[in-house]
Design a protein around this ligand. Structure first.
Ligand code: NZQ
Ligand code: ZN
Length: 388
């Protein structure tokens, strides 16, 4: 491990079937006004909303209602939330939902006291926060993004055809997060498997980079093995608590900054997926699965050694008598077969993308330079074209 780094993760996690009760420990730390942010209604249908409201009332809070946050939250919706938080003088934003609601809450958190154009400041110029934030707490209902324990906030601007993530600093991480695996039982299968693939992609984005011997890569391999094992069980029986709790815990560790420590990271699958998302508004995990195989086959020749290690350590490929390249490709074949069996979307057409979007998607793809190959516009076009 060659990099220098600082590690601190300030989010306090409460995990398990009784985790929600711990709101009684957290809520007294904040003022009276709590903005209760949630999505399109799943939390009302499955009873989580009611439980949260009861605890807020029992703790003497004024509730600022903020429902209707859409998947892939938009900058307009963030500004609406900012208005509501200002008007209600929110002391805490309690995000009850998946990554979209958590990301949205963080975007509102850093914008309530900001006078500037927040899209330009945070999502175009990637500037740091220089105003007071409104603290965020999170009750997670959808597993995948890791947003419950990181500073990420991914916001969509349909007018500019951009979906961009800002990774905020420690002060913007949720102050606490409640993780009850049973809260994810009502997720539609499509969302469950999209989330599973989002977790896998997060780990791989941080794994496929660097050439040094790095503890983070060994942790990543362990997380991947646990993920594949539990995903197979959950796919058979979505109500298997053990599998769903392992998925929830793996998701958190996949993207809470730990496995990026001391190494470079790639993130090009996400940049491609976000460009697709900006044009289609498709489910995040599925935008990743649709571009993954063309992307990894494209960069494999530049990182063959790591792809071969992945094949052996994660997919159990037997390397005897085979070239490193053959082993590497066999690993991707096994991964592809697993993805198909799980039911992931493997092409952009199935997500509603059309060829006339290609030029725009190429332009919307941000280029990162930490992976095995620094892509150029021609490379991006080739990968996206192969993904249709
Ligand atoms: O809106 P409701 O009605 O609540 O329904 C949601 C939504 O339609 C539903 N859902 C959530 N929990 C449920 C449930 N339905 C039934 N039962 C439950 N318990 O699931 C749908 C998807 O929810 P969403 O929050 O959009 O999914 P996810 O957690 O995958 O979040 C996706 C967003 O997070 C961003 C993505 O780009 C996308 O905008 N990401 C955030 C990251 C971060 N903060 O670090 C990293 C990720 O790579 C990702 O980019
Ligand atoms: Zn993701």
């Amino acid at each position: 491990m060659n990099g220098n780094f600082t590690y601190c993760n300030p989010t306090k996690l409460y995990f398990g079937v009784d985790a929600l009760e711990n709101l009684c420990l957290e809520l007294p730390k904040y003022g009276k006004n709590v903005m209760l942010s949630y999505g399109g209604g799943s939390v009302k249908r499955n009873g989580i909303y009611e439980k949260v409201v009861a605890l807020l009332k029992a703790n003497g809070k004024n509730i600022i209602e903020d429902g209707g946050v859409m998947p892939n939250p938009t900058i307009e919706r963030v500004m609406e939330g900012v208005g509501r938080a200002r008007m209600g003088k929110a002391d805490l934003i309690l995000a009850v939902g998946g990554g979209s609601v958590c990301d949205y809450a963080k975007a509102v958190s850093v914008s309530v006291n900001c006078e500037e154009d927040i899209w330009e400041k945070y999502f175009i110029r990637f500037e740091d926060v220089d105003c007071a934030i409104v603290p965020v707490g999170c009750v997670l209902t959808m597993v995948g993004t890791g947003s419950e324990m990181n500073g990420g906030s991914v916001i969509t601007n349909h007018r500019e055809k951009l979906k961009i993530g800002h990774v905020f600093g420690e002060n913007v991480f949720p102050k606490f997060a409640v993780l009850n695996p049973e809260f994810t039982f009502t997720l539609p299968r499509y969302q469950m498997i999209a989330g599973i693939y989002d977790i896998m992609s997060h780990i791989l984005e941080q794994y496929f980079s660097g050439t040094d011997d790095n503890t983070s890569d060994y942790i990543a391999e362990g997380l991947l093995r646990s993920l594949i094992h539990s995903a197979d069980i959950a796919a058979e029986d979505p109500l298997d608590y053990e599998a769903r709790s392992n998925l929830m815990w793996t998701a958190t560790w996949a993207l809470n900054t730990l496995i990026a420590k001391g190494k470079t990271t790639d993130w090009m699958v996400h940049m491609l997926g976000q460009a697709v998302g900006a044009f289609t508004d498709a489910t995040h995990g599925m935008t990743l699965s649709a571009v993954t195989m063309p992307y990894y086959r494209y960069i494999l020749p530049y990182g063959t050694k790591k792809f071969a290690r992945y094949a052996v350590n994660v997919w159990g490929v037997n390397e005897a008598g085979k070239s490193e390249t053959a082993v590497a490709y066999e690993g991707l074949e096994r991964m592809e077969a697993w993805m198909k069996k799980l039911g992931l979307v493997m092409d952009l057409t199935s997500l509603g993308a059309t060829k006339d979007m290609l030029d725009g998607m190429v332009k919307s793809t941000l280029i990162m330079d930490g992976g095995y190959k620094v892509m150029n516009e021609k490379d991006i076009r080739a990968v996206l074209s192969a993904s249709f």
